[in-house]
Design a protein around this ligand. Sequence first.
Ligand code: SF4
Length: 65
Amino acid sequence: MLCIGVCPQNLLKMSKSFNKSGYHYAEITADNCRGCKRCTLICPEAAIELFLEENENEPNNREET
Ligand code: SF4
């Protein structure tokens, strides 16, 4: 899996379970995803969706003006 190799946080690994098609799949192992999107961009099947949550405590959040 290409996504496993590109994650700078080393968060992705192969599942022990099988999906509906009978394949192992990539799964996330921790909750400190940086949202860099490398895993989503490299996947040839576009199988990964990334949903980012707003966090008021993050210093880089946009401020409303
Ligand atoms: S978006 Fe998250 S899981 Fe995907 S490569 Fe970046 S840090 Fe890893």
